[in-house]
Design a protein around this ligand. Structure first.
Ligand SMILES: *Cc1c(COP(=O)(O)O)cnc(C)c1O
Length: 380
């Protein structure tokens, strides 16, 4: 259903279209200079030595997990309140995702609960910066150091987020960004791995191209790899988008700030905190929570009503451990990660994109306020 005010909308400008067209007019549609240029821009922006572009964020996460050389049954700790790809990539390698519940305010993994989940099979932490708010990396790093664990950052929602002078994605062994159209910048489909480790860089370059040794002149496939390559067409779009990342982040911050002001007096809602001490949030989505006394059925009703009025909104995220696949594989049940479940039941993602206008936001907020008030009496 086409929404009058969509949940998300890409922001592709004329120079970006021209850059894509000029790749199409040339002869190198893939494996060419735009990939190299895009990678250089990403590593410069994030402040890492290397960036390796791939075809999706999920591929990037998979290659990072693969580069850790996990064995069957090895465990990787992550958050149940994320996009399913954060945990699926462990399953690709026959490793086990081990979930740790979240902090109800930041919605990121709760560092105080990590140590209790560490076993002698734990190898790594997959840290998601949920909705672009940096996870508490100082605490997480000291836990990782103490237990000899690697950190992979799922920064797919957090391009441009900063904490204590470092960019999200640049803090662990490797970090991953995604460029699907609802992300801060888009390449249509795409992703990138950033790292300071030459070993990880070499390995993921090899893995993204069928396991072919990049130093070999011939087709020497030294391990089982994939085709996770991205084209120059996609990267040309990425280069131009990244050129105006500052503008994009500022626009998104502006949209979030306006929502905060417009909804400030609504006592049925818990709004995301605009502040992030010692750093910067890179706004990916704007998710409000209904107050604790609302039930999931009421939240679902609110979303249905808003959609019927042409306002694109969504649930954002169903906890990973309660997805049918995870219930079947691991026997998870409701109540296993109560905070993630509770937050997931009361979350509503509002329309959020660079060019969302103030008028549109007023409409979203007045309809939301009205529908939420009615939900108390009218919803099942
Ligand atoms: C978008 C996203 C990904 C990867 O997305 P792709 O669609 O594969 O590019 C991974 N993790 C999180 C948290 C995401 O939001």
């Amino acid at each position: 259903m086409q929404m009058r005010i969509p949940l998300s909308s890409p922001d592709v400008s004329e120079p970006e279209i021209e850059a894509v067209v000029s790749v199409l007019r040339g002869r190198t549609l893939s494996q060419g200079p735009k990939i190299v240029e895009f990678e250089k821009m990403i590593s410069d922006f994030v402040g890492t030595q290397f960036a390796v572009a791939v075809n999706t964020g999920t591929s990037g996460l998979h290659l990072c997990i693969r580069a850790l050389n996990l064995k069957s049954g090895d465990e990787v700790i992550t958050s149940p309140f994320s996009f399913i790809a954060s945990a699926n990539v462990m399953l690709y390698e026959r490793a086990s995702p081990v979930f740790v519940d979240i902090d109800p305010v930041t919605l990121n993994i709760d560092p105080a609960k990590i140590e209790a989940a560490i076993t002698d099979r734990t190898r790594a932490l997959m840290i998601v910066h949920v909705f672009g708010r940096p996870a508490p990396m100082d605490e997480i790093k000291s836990i990782a150091l103490k237990h000899g664990l690697k950190i992979i950052e799922d920064a797919c929602e957090a391009l441009g987020a900063e904490t204590r002078g470092r960019m999200a994605g640049s803090i662990g062994e490797a970090g991953v960004f995604a460029f699907y159209p609802n992300k801060q910048i888009t390449t249509g489909e795409g992703g990138a791995i950033v790292t300071d480790s030459e070993d990880i860089r070499d390995r993921v370059i090899q893995l993204r191209n069928h396991g072919r040794d990049p130093r070999s002149e011939w087709f020497e496939h030294v391990e089982l790899g994939y085709n996770y390559r991205i084209s120059d067409i996609n990267c040309a779009l990425g280069v131009e988008q990244l050129r105006r990342i500052d503008e994009i982040l500022t626009l998104r911050e502006g949209v979030a700030t306006r929502y905060g002001e417009m909804l400030r007096d609504n006592s049925d809602l818990i709004l995301p905190n605009m502040e992030f001490e010692g750093g910067r949030i890179s706004w990916f989505v704007y998710v409000v929570l209904l107050k604790a006394d609302f039930r999931r059925a009421q939240r679902d009703w609110v979303i249905e009503q808003l959609k019927a009025e042409g306002i694109g909104c969504g649930r954002y995220f169903a906890p990973i451990h309660l997805q049918p696949l995870y219930k079947r594989l691991f026997g998870y049940i409701e109540g296993d990660f109560p905070i993630a479940e509770d937050v997931a039941d009361r979350a509503i993602a509002l329309p959020f994109f660079n060019r969302l206008t103030e008028t549109q936001q007023w409409e979203v907020c007045s309809r939301l306020t009205n529908v939420v008030r009615r939900a108390r009496t009218e919803a099942a």
